[in-house]
Design a protein around this ligand. Structure first.
Ligand code: PHB
Length: 359
């Protein structure tokens, strides 16, 4: 039987009722202290007919924050808040993994403990501006991490993974995409290090592989996904040879037998032109399940699944506006348009008030 978006699939040990995934989406609506609120549980539960929900990117530590009103996954109160989210999603038969995030240099002292400088592989200031509680402010030159500090960051991923288990998640996704900390190590536009974490591709991939090993040791490889964005220029990112870097990463990740590899197959947020890249070649390096993302519609999603390019397809913007995206795809019903004015911050409007076909 040929596969389509509506056929069930198992990613590692996570059983999905269909291959339609809600992509991670930053929405900036967490409560005080990065604690998820009832409204966040409502939002995710409305979307529980997805085969899998990947939560919004969620900081693993206080130093991992880079935008206002993000939820965290490192305090007891945050775990209790997320438990309400996972319970609400599970009560509706959904599956949900949490995306583990450290923003690295994409932050600002006003968002960090004691006005600390953001940290990064190298002291290279990204072009652009940070979203702070005071509005848009130029990025600052980050502080280059000493190699001796990296084990503590790996431990922050371990602590966040233990917190994710306590919060009832079905798994975790390691965010190594879109110009945040792990991606800053991977790509040589942001990584000018001369130690064992810089220079060669093997060295630049070292931190991601150490984090992945540590997370796998806590929760099991069959509950871990990794997200990369080989050519996304957003956040002032570049690499001199992305195909070589990400083919290496996909191959190196084979050693773990992960639940899935998730790829952003282009550039986001109008961050510039993406370099040429062969995602078909990249995908073939990876022996496990592949989650494709970016600008897929129903037709291209079905083609990607039928052809074997992707095992599952992640939909972002369509999920903002269509809590029942699965049902709409099933019925070929029209989609609600997403309103970009309410993507980031605010309350119910543009968050939990998009109508379902059958109220
Ligand atoms: C964003 O807030 O614009 C954002 C956050 C996380 C991503 C990408 C974009 O991975």
């Amino acid at each position: 039987m040929s596969k389509d978006l509506f056929s069930p699939v198992v990613l590692g040990s996570i059983s999905l009722k269909n291959r339609i995934v809600m992509a991670p989406l930053t929405r900036n609506r967490a409560g005080e202290g990065g604690v998820p609120q009832a409204i966040n549980a409502t939002y995710y539960a409305q979307r529980a007919s997805a085969g899998l929900i990947v939560t919004e990117a969620t900081p693993i530590s206080a130093m991992g924050h880079g935008y206002p009103a993000l939820p965290g996954i490192y305090t007891d109160a945050q775990v209790a808040g997320w438990k309400k989210v996972t319970d609400a999603v599970h009560a509706k038969g959904g599956k949900i993994v949490i995306q583990l995030w450290h923003v690295g240099r994409i932050s600002h002292p006003s968002l960090l403990p004691n006005q600390a400088l953001p940290v990064a592989p190298s002291a290279i200031k990204p072009a652009g501006q940070a979203f702070t509680y005071q509005g848009l402010v130029d990025y600052v030159e980050p502080r280059a991490l000493d190699a001796s500090e990296l084990p503590a960051i790996v431990q922050d991923y371990v602590h966040a993974t233990k917190s994710a288990i306590a919060a009832g998640f079905d798994g975790v996704e390691i965010h190594a995409a879109n110009g945040y900390l792990l991606d800053q190590f991977l790509r040589d536009g942001a990584n000018h290090r001369t130690d064992q974490y810089g220079g060669s591709i093997e060295n630049r991939a070292r931190l991601l592989l150490e984090v992945t090993q540590a997370v796998v040791n806590v929760i099991g490889a069959d509950k871990v996904g990794v997200r990369v964005s080989p050519v996304n220029p957003f956040n002032d990112m570049s690499d001199s040879n992305p195909q070589a870097v990400f083919n290496y990463v996909a191959n190196a990740l084979n050693q773990f037998n992960l639940a899935y590899l998730h790829a952003v197959e282009g550039g986001i947020h109008g961050g510039g032109k993406a370099d040429p890249f062969d995602f078909s070649v990249f995908r073939k390096q990876f022996k496990g399940a592949y989650m494709a993302n970016l600008s897929y519609d129903k037709k291209r999603g079905n083609q990607a699944v039928a052809s074997g390019h992707a095992d599952v397809v992640a939909y972002g913007v369509p999920y903002i506006a269509n809590p029942d995206l699965v049902e709409r795809f099933q019925q070929d019903a029209p989609l609600n348009e997403a309103d970009s004015n309410t993507f980031y911050g605010g309350a119910e409007q543009g968050y939990t008030d998009y109508p379902a076909l059958h109220g």
